[in-house]
Design a protein around this ligand. Structure first.
Ligand code: AP5
Length: 214
């Protein structure tokens, strides 16, 4: 089972990808997490991507396509994967299609999580993340057990640099112009499912599981 989760920033792609991983034993492939880890490590990739990410812009296609080519070749992806945050442009989708065709694989479902703009802003501004392990929290819907500290490793939680109002607006604009056209791309290939992402994480997860189980 190979699944793509589409949706604006804060739609719940990461939250729902983790549910699919737990339920179906898929590999979680998040380009945002891979890029943030590269920035934390100070690698060449991280140094190239950091400025784009901090401004709320997409990083260039060739950087993320190379990440995905290497990642989906890893052994854990053979039993199926969920792509969270990739593809985000039509050229990325075309590159993915070619990569998978060469490996005799394909995408089974593309699920677009739809949430209203005000929900996007509220979810992103209240998100807190662990700079050590990358775990995400929400001050209201998914708070840490001990104020301000990561449940897993006790690190003080921080706000992502791109979760400031100006960067959230830019990420939403990038989504509209560059990523939303992917809905038509996958609709034309008979793969697209649209899902209201505004319910609780459990409600959305239950509907998503029904969709991907087909
Ligand atoms: P990325 O990390 O992918 O960011 P994003 O798409 O903006 O998505 P988010 O991580 O903000 O949100 P999400 O949809 O995963 O929601 P989440 O589950 O966290 O990318 C970051 C940057 O990396 C990009 O801007 C770009 O620069 C670069 N990049 C990455 N991939 C790229 C690519 N393919 N091409 C080019 N550049 C790329 O939830 C958000 C919050 O809401 C959390 O606090 C969560 O607890 C809460 N929440 C989730 N679901 C619910 C719910 N149902 N009810 C209430 N609260 C909820």
């Amino acid at each position: 089972m190979n699944v793509i989760l589409l949706g604006p920033p804060g739609a719940g792609k990461g939250t729902q990808a983790k549910r699919l991983v737990e339920r179906f034993g898929l590999a979680h492939v998040s380009t945002g997490d891979i890029l943030r880890a590269a920035v934390r490590d100070g690698s060449k990739l991280g140094r190239e991507a950091e400025g784009y990410m901090d401004r709320g812009e997409l990083v260039p296609d060739e950087l993320v396509v190379d990440i995905i080519r290497e990642r989906i070749d890893a052994p854990d992806c053979r039993r199926g994967f969920v792509l969270d945050g990739f593809p985000r442009t039509v050229p990325q989708a075309e590159a993915l299609e070619k990569m998978l065709a060469a490996a005799g694989a394909r995408i089974d479902s593309v699920v677009a999580l739809d949430v209203a703009d005000e929900v996007v802003v509220a979810r992103n501004t209240s998100r807190r993340s662990c700079p050590t392990c990358g775990a995400a929290y929400h001050l209201v819907s998914a708070p840490p057990k001990t104020g301000g500290l990561c449940d897993r490793d006790g690190t003080r939680l921080v706000q992502r640099p791109d979760d400031q109002p100006e960067q959230i607006r830019r990420r939403m604009a990038e989504y509209r112009t560059k990523t939303e056209p992917l809905k038509a791309y996958y609709r034309g290939r008979g793969r697209l499912h649209e899902l209201d992402g505004s319910g609780s994480p459990d409600e959305v997860a239950a509907q998503l599981a029904r969709i991907v189980s087909g």
